[in-house]
Design a binder for this molecule. Structure first.
Ligand code: PLP
Length: 392
């Protein structure tokens, strides 16, 4: 039996795990729905969902069954061989995004963005324009496109060719493209910047980026790793701004896609979806049958249980209740991807929330990020609001 006393698991973590994350405050051992339990037996309401991952909460029967059945049937094939789950999932994503798309499966969001980066380079042009304050992952390519200099600095030199524009500023983006219009391969952006504090693009920005990309023949890459798969109350965040039928050239996904299993996807409409050819990219685990089975279960369940309606209803309720508090300046974001902007800095708020039985995170001292399971119940939302009211 592992020793779960706080003293012991913390020192065991520090002795064995690289210090990339700092030592966690609690050790989680189980979860059901939007509730998790730590190794001292304390229960929490989970408004973080493994950082916007557990779309159906913890231990959802559909995911448990899909994953259990698949691992008991065929656990891994590599991409030297096909299997039914990967084809089914690719087709579901085509149905949701673009019927002529082709899909590359990865294991994470950063890797989905690597595939997008390499796709952009195969246009024969070199420049990739990325948004200031954006976040695309920690691998070298995705980090190069991440608009947060402090995260890049220790690892310079970055892969070359990435330049940054102010998020939301179409004139500045046009001016940057015009520096070398014939060499601009792609523009990348999040529909809602998540890591930087849940900052949605201003209305009209994505539609304007689509027009600029069309005008200059550049790929529009939308990183939906965090905002995608229903989190904003639509399947993808870009749908709030792009007219029906208008899609990005490349959409990257991960997080909610696998409902807790590691999977990412780079979904590229024609012709971008056929730029990467045999032998140019790959992943041993990408499109693994178990992860794809989880992805199929997530999509089927979101559709069958009309979970997008729940995302919109619970999101609206949280927004109204929290927005009315004196300590809250405003609530931004969409659906169940919310940034609660406080009237002033409250360093340590996330730790206080943890003590009070609530998991959330705090991307800045004055912002709380709420990204709970998409199927969170009325009871869990009410209880979470009660705790937040007390604390705020
Ligand atoms: N892109 C966005 C928008 C993200 O929010 C994240 C992670 O937070 C990533 C990419 C990286 O995903 P991963 O951590 O799965 O590599």
């Amino acid at each position: 039996m592992p020793d779960s006393s706080a003293q012991n698991w913390k020192s065991a973590w520090e002795a064995a795990v690289m210090p990339t994350y700092g030592t966690p405050a609690i050790e989680l051992v189980s979860g059901t729905g939007s509730r998790v339990t730590d190794s001292d037996g304390k229960e929490y309401i989970d408004l973080l969902a493994g950082i916007a991952v557990n779309a159906l909460g913890h231990a959802h029967p559909a995911v448990v069954k899909a994953v259990s059945d698949q691992i008991a049937t065929l656990g891994h094939t590599s991409n030297i061989f096909a299997h039914p789950q990967v084809i089914t999932l690719a087709n579901k994503l085509r149905d949701l995004i673009s019927p002529d798309a082709h899909v590359f499966f990865s294991n994470s969001g950063a890797e989905a963005n690597e595939a997008a980066f390499k796709t952009a380079r195969l246009t024969g042009k070199s420049r990739i324009l990325a948004a200031e304050h954006g976040f695309h992952g920690r691998t070298m390519g995705s980090l190069a496109m991440t608009g947060q200099p402090a995260k890049r600095a220790p690892f310079e030199p970055m892969p070359a060719g990435v330049e940054f524009y102010p998020y939301g500023d179409l004139d500045a983006l046009r001016a940057l493209i015009e520096v070398a219009p014939d060499d601009t391969a792609a523009v990348i952006l999040e529909s809602v910047q998540g890591e930087t504090g849940v900052v949605p693009a201003p209305a009209g920005f994505l539609a304007g980026v689509r027009e600029l990309c069309d005008e200059f023949g550049a790929l529009m890459i939308v990183d939906e790793v965090q905002a995608g798969m229903g989190r904003t109350g639509q399947w993808f965040g870009y749908q709030a701004d792009l007219p029906t039928g208008v899609v990005p050239d490349v959409v990257t996904l991960a997080k909610g896609l696998g409902g807790g299993l590691p999977i990412g996807a780079c979904v590229a409409a024609t012709p971008a979806g056929q730029l990467l050819s045999a032998g140019q990219h790959g992943s041993t685990f990408g499109g693994n049958p178990v992860s794809c089975a989880a992805g199929n279960a997530v999509i089927d369940t979101v559709l069958a249980e009309d979970i997008l309606a729940n995302v919109n209803a619970q999101g609206e309720y949280l927004r109204t209740e929290l927005g009315a508090l004196d300590a809250v300046d405003h609530v931004r974001g969409r659906g169940l991807m919310l940034g609660v902007v406080l009237t002033g800095p409250r360093p340590g708020f996330a730790a206080a929330a943890l003590d009070a039985g609530l998991l959330l995170n705090q991307p800045a001292d004055d912002v709380l990020r709420l990204v709970p399971p998409l199927n969170i119940t009325d009871t869990d939302v009410h209880d979470a609001i009660d705790i937040l009211k007390e604390l705020l």
